[in-house]
Design a protein around this ligand. Structure first.
Ligand code: HEM
Length: 443
């Protein structure tokens, strides 16, 4: 085995590398990143077993120094009883009742974005979606409390996310924790900014003892949460969870929305059906949470986007212990298992014509159990994404609000993928806006 194992091929194009492992070597394939040995699972049943198995047997691996600096000891990096407690404490901040409350903020922010748009204007789609989802996450998490400091925290989050993506794809992942590269120093500086601002906010809220409880923003919910013994999260733990929600919930939905516009722009018949649904369900008014269930095609468009371009293209690997099995076969302890929504979502066994954008796959009378099982952009099992509902509602309501008013005509051509922390477009995605009202009036 060469010293770097498959690192060069993985680094060059991880998505093609995973597809190659799946197509040429089968559903369970061993590969290596330097001294790390991994096993890629591509079959949905194995992946369901991985997610559904106990966390003692399939333990999530802590793979990134950068990530740990950013999220500290939050739910996303915790294990065992500590993880359970934190998950229970964070859950109220993103439960469906809260998301219903956040929906108005999501639509408000999208309306604001639309007010800044004009017919024939040129936009950078990723940048626009990034700003929009950032506003949404800041307002749903912190209300308006961050004020003009939101920009500084957002910039610091951006630095950390970029370095994290670079680390996950490069040799950064193989560096010992004590190594201080220029990239790691940039991360430490960014974390300092985040700590200062978020810490200030938490102290202010604690001192005022307000803005907590039902109907509050997510920070208020975290501050109010109590475990079974009546204990609260400490200020440091609240910081870790708030930063995790921000980090996990911002760029994921931003790139998801960006790819959604890309797919819609290249599929006029899908877009026409979308606008027809919006016109008939909403009749020109802004959407509300109650419209979410009625926007059937919109939801299918979102679901199909997350199939073709899953923002989290590889799920946190799990290491086996205590005699785990897969498909009835024993797996040696210490095996690191990983799976990629990208590669399984584009497997023709589960999705005929897998590269085609076809929201109708998800029609109630067409979809089948196999493709449902093979769709896992949010992971699955006990550690499934805490913000899945938040993300799905946000994506649908943002698309509904903006697509009602504008067509985004993205410049023709294929946009490649740049898998970092999230699956981003490889090049800028520029679009010309077309005001639908003007289109309809023939101007
Ligand atoms: C399209 C958007 C999103 C995608 C694709 C996504 C995907 C994922 C995935 C794949 C996981 C890991 C699951 C696993 O390891 O089994 C995860 C975990 C998590 N996500 Fe998301 N996510 C999205 C949006 C959000 C949002 C909006 C939030 C919060 C507001 C959020 C919060 C979290 C948290 C806290 C975890 C850790 C859960 C745990 O370890 O128990 N995510 N997400």
């Amino acid at each position: 085995m060469p010293l770097l194992g498959n690192l060069p091929a993985f680094r060059r194009d991880p998505l093609a590398f995973f597809a190659h492992l799946r197509d040429d070597f089968g559903d369970v394939v061993r590969w290596s990143l330097g001294s790390r040995r991994l096993t890629l699972l591509s079959h949905p049943e194995h992946i369901a077993e991985l997610f559904g198995g106990s966390q003692e047997q399939f333990r999530p691996v802590d793979i990134s120094w950068v990530f740990r600096q950013l999220v500290g000891d939050s739910v996303i990096l915790s294990q065992g009883a500590d993880w359970r407690r934190k998950r229970d404490l964070v859950q109220p901040a993103v439960r469906p009742r809260q998301v219903r409350g956040y929906a108005a903020t999501m639509v408000d922010c999208a309306m604001d974005a639309a007010r800044g748009w004009a017919d024939r204007q040129r936009i950078d789609v990723e940048q626009e979606m990034n700003l929009l989802t950032q506003r949404i996450v800041v307002r749903t998490l912190f209300g308006n409390d961050l004020g003009d400091r939101a920009r500084a925290v957002a910039d610091a989050m951006e630095v950390a996310a970029l370095e994290l993506g670079a680390e996950l794809r490069g040799i950064g992942m193989l560096l010992p924790d004590w190594a201080r590269t220029p990239a790691r120093r940039r991360v430490l500086a960014a974390v300092e900014t985040i700590d200062a601002e978020v810490g200030r906010l938490i102290r202010a809220r604690q001192a005022a003892e307000c803005g907590t409880g039902d109907g509050a923003d997510a920070l208020g919910m975290l501050l109010a949460a109590r475990d079974e013994e009546g204990n609260r999260l400490t200020a440091r733990q609240v910081r870790d969870e708030a930063v995790t929600l921000w980090g996990a919930g911002h760029e994921t939905t931003s790139v998801g929305l960006t790819w959604c516009w890309y797919l819609l722009s290249a599929a006029p018949e899908v877009r026409d059906r979308l606008t027809a649904e919006l016109d008939s369900v909403l009749g020109g008014r802004p959407p509300t949470f109650d419209d979410y269930d009625r926007l059937v095609w919109t939801r299918q468009v979102v679901k199909e986007t997350l199939r073709l371009y899953p923002p989290v293209w590889v799920v946190v690997p799990r290491i086996t212990q205590g005699g785990a099995t897969l498909g009835g076969e024993p797996i040696p302890d210490g095996t690191t298992l990983c799976c990629s929504p990208w590669s399984t979502h584009r497997d023709p066994r589960w999705f005929p014509d897998p590269d085609a954008f076809r929201p109708e796959r998800w029609d109630a009378d067409r979809k089948d159990a196999a493709s449902e099982q093979a769709w896992f952009p949010f992971g699955g099992g006990a550690r499934t994404c805490l913000g899945a509902r938040f993300a799905l509602v946000e994506m649908a309501l943002v698309i509904a609000t903006l697509a009602q008013r504008f067509h985004l005509d993205i410049d023709p051509g294929v946009v490649g993928t740049a898998p970092g922390l999230q699956l981003r477009p490889a090049t800028a995605m520029r679009a010309t806006l077309r005001d639908r009202e003007l289109c309809l009036s023939g101007n």
